[in-house]
Design a protein around this ligand. Structure first.
Ligand code: ATP
Ligand code: MG
Length: 419
């Protein structure tokens, strides 16, 4: 099958030229370059994907160095892995030396030696990800399909390439479910059996790698589908006994996505994921996934704040009181609790929800207009006295007792007379 026409239509012109240039330079070195993995799959499915992975039969780092010298690209080379990233103004290209992998023991990182394209394709996770397209001039656009990937794509099947695949690398269990849900595919029968058999092999995978795959899942349009399915298959409890993918998670993930600024969406998903955990459960989870310090703090704060929510359930609370109750928590933890609490009229925790929202949208940004320098000019000396004045000004501003700069000056002066 030749896909030359499809490539020309599918890839943006600029990207196409870059790729052809790389292939041309490789040819002069006697090497062949292929498009591989996700982009080939998505091109056949007709989904956009400009995250290009190129495989070189030969030294990819040397080739990338040469390309970088003759273009505007920035080079990021990993000599140890034989891989390189070329960063252009609008695109990034990943180049890898075709390699053969052998697993000394399950879950370990494989031993890697240079190999052919065929070697490089058989080491991949699923047949649908194990296709390539030649970029060499003599067979440009030719699909390389040694492992029936195209047939599996047509039949909407996810198939591993050998029976030891999940046990070699159990992150493939998580990856497989991700593709199953993203594309609405099914596991091929034997693959499904082996997946279930090899769930315990997740114990051989490092925390960083499991976390990385969860982050990958969190980039999906609807990660809650993947989480639910992982729960149904019994994968989640293998990672942590308290992990669930129920309707509550689905509803809250969906809400999290609708927030105006989902800059830290993945972190928010993590906080929601542990919302029903015990303190011990969270500690186990943080340790198992080697969660970085900042996110750990947000996840711990999420539970700590959850136990304090009754304090916020008083309609008479002043803004400054809400501020003081919440200022010590990570904003992400407050966000997670706001999502977790009810926001429907007449529901028990509506007041709590409103107070959390008020803090997130307004109170945490409130600052006094006067600063230390200006207070000095008003005759207030630096030190504890000034600290006290600033605190009172801030409180008054939170509660709307002072609004303008002039209000603040007046209050500061009256305070300085009293102190
Ligand atoms: P996505 O659209 O999810 O990014 P992708 O196919 O681009 O899909 P990546 O995680 O970017 O997936 O990985 C690129 C390619 O590397 C995959 O297509 C697959 O062939 C291979 N790969 C990634 N992880 C593994 C793994 N754990 N085992 C084997 N092959 C893998
Ligand atoms: Mg990718």
């Amino acid at each position: 099958m030749n896909l030359a026409r499809q490539i020309e239509q599918y890839l943006p012109q600029q990207l196409l030229e870059l790729v052809k240039d790389i292939s041309g330079q490789a040819a002069k070195r006697g090497q062949r370059v292929y498009l591989v993995g996700g982009v080939v799959r998505d091109l056949l499915l007709g989904y956009p994907n400009f995250d290009l992975d190129l495989v070189v039969e030969g030294d990819a780092v040397k080739l990338a160095q040469q390309v970088a010298e003759t273009s505007q690209a920035k080079l990021l080379a990993h000599h140890r892995f034989g891989t390189a990233k070329l960063r252009y103004k609008n695109f990034t290209l990943d180049l890898a030396t075709a390699r053969r992998e052998t697993y000394a023991k399950p879950g370990a990182l494989p031993a890697v030696t240079p190999g052919t394209l065929k070697d490089d394709l058989i080491r991949r996770d699923f047949s649908i990800n194990a296709m390539a397209i030649s970029l060499a001039a003599n067979d440009y656009g030719e699909l390389v399909n040694h492992y029936q990937g195209r047939n599996d794509l047509e039949h909407r099947l996810i198939r591993i390439l050998h029976p030891g695949s999940f046990s070699d690398d159990a992150t493939r269990i998580l990856r497989g479910v991700c593709y199953e849900q993203r594309f609405g595919f099914e596991f091929e029968t034997h693959t499904a059996q082996l997946l279930k058999r090899d769930i315990p092999m997740l114990d051989t995978i490092s925390g960083d790698r499991i976390r990385h795959e969860l982050e990958h899942i969190f980039e999906e349009d609807r990660p809650e589908l993947v989480i639910k399915r992982l729960g149904d298959l019994g994968v989640l409890p293998r990672i942590n006994p308290f992990l669930k993918g129920d309707g509550w998670i689905a509803e809250k993930f969906d809400k999290a996505r609708r927030l105006k600024k989902p800059t830290q969406l993945a972190s928010l998903y993590f906080c929601l994921l542990i919302y029903s955990f015990s303190e011990r459960g969270v500690e186990q989870f943080l340790a198992r996934l080697n969660i970085p310090a900042k996110l750990s703090r947000a996840m711990r704060d999420t539970l700590r704040l959850k136990t304090k929510l009754p304090l916020l359930d008083r309609p008479s609370l002043k803004p400054s009181e809400i501020y003081h109750l919440l200022r010590e928590y990570e904003p992400l933890a407050i966000q997670a609790n706001a999502l977790a609490s009810d926001e429907k009229e007449g529901t028990p925790s509506l007041i709590v929800h409103r107070h959390l929202q008020l803090f997130l949208t307004k109170l945490r940004y409130v600052r006094t207009s006067l600063d230390g320098e200006e207070l000095k000019r008003l005759g207030i000396s630096a030190g504890p006295e000034m600290g006290q004045v600033l605190q009172i000004l801030h409180k008054a501003k939170l509660d709307g007792e002072v609004r303008t700069r002039a209000d603040e000056k007046k209050l500061a002066l009256s305070l300085s007379l009293k102190l």
